[in-house]
Design a protein around this ligand. Sequence first.
Ligand code: S3P
Length: 441
Amino acid sequence: MTTLVSKSSSKFIGKARIPGDKSISHRALLLAALAPGMSQIEGLLESEDVLNTKKALAALGVKIKKNLTNFQVAGVGTGGLKPPKVPLDFGNSGTGARLMMGLLAGCPFAVRITGDSSLVTRPMARILAPLCDMGAMVDPKGATTLPFTLTGSANLRAIDYVSKVPSAQVKSAILLAALGAAGETSVVERLPTRDHTERLLAGFGAKILKETGDNGSVKVIIKGRPVLRPQSLVIPGDFSAAAFLIVAALTVPGSKITLKNVGVNPLRTGLLDVLATMGANIEMTNQKNCSGEPVADLLAGHSSLSGIKTSAAIAPRMIDEFPILFVAAALAKGISEFRGLQELRLKESDRLKEMAQGLTANGVEVEELSDGLKIKGLGGMVPGGGMIDAHHDHRIAMAFLVLGLRARNPVTVRGAESISTSFPGFAKLMTGLGANIKDAE
Ligand code: S3P
């Protein structure tokens, strides 16, 4: 168990490169495995979550090698995957497990799937329902959580699916399964979620179409059994990782940071819109395209932030950024209210509960609502002094380490090893820019 202590810091300054995007890294590996031939991936995130997906692919017979900074994936196609001799263990990663289920739905063999103590509590019925409609089978029948055994089929049926929850993982699992189904499969989302799978699938040569409805809903249509071609991909920096550094820079007086080559897909950057309304000074420069994704440099400097209200509509565009937004709200001036966030109770931890408890332990007034939080911002430093348990949740750990930079008493985070699931080197990168974060004595 790693315990880190974060203390009031006088400045947060410099340039940094953020590790590769976690969502895109998982997807790049999976699609490269499905495209017969050699794909190259540069900038893959080498965090525990992504390495578990890589390990699972290796167990399915996919050869993946690292050559300096590039990963080379020898794609075999759906038909080329082999039954694994061991259960596939996705550790802490909901994305790895759920996306792989989509891919395995098209493989005619049984695979045991499991994960760590956090992942085995997370809801899987949302994925299993559409995959079983398409022809996959699960044992035990009616399972709703891991571990279970999934048996795919080489004759999946195409479906038209209306997503019940805004979830990129559900949409992506269906799209990956649809690759093995004859005919067209469609997924409708009332509130559109991140579209990395769609962008990558198009790049790999799949026929994929997006229709936007009058009410803002999106329908994605994919043609089954495409011929995928291997690709050379460059993974952008992870906006969800950058978010922690951005809020640190906005809230520590005298700060100014530049983050190079960060992914700025509009379905991920809702936090920038919310922070701008709060009064944040963030600039986006050097915008370009990187393997089908928009990328830019982000400049953030100390800003005077005010409280804000958000509702369900923006949540899918920033679903992973609420823990750090709650920290920004605690340091901002005035009351903030965040609603429509039931999904946050189903992440690596119950993020509404853990953030409410942790902020309270650090002297912030918080009201926990069934679907959100109400936070009374202090307009400056918080009392601090709280002891936080990360509860196997990297984002809870990082959010409170950022809070500690503006706390009168040190903030202690137990279980900080969870950070390596998404952001290896977080503490080192932060201290390099001036953050006072150390191992507990
Ligand atoms: C992800 C989708 C989101 C997000 C997760 C990554 C993805 O989950 O919270 O960290 O890569 O597709 P949901 O699809 O459950 O909302």
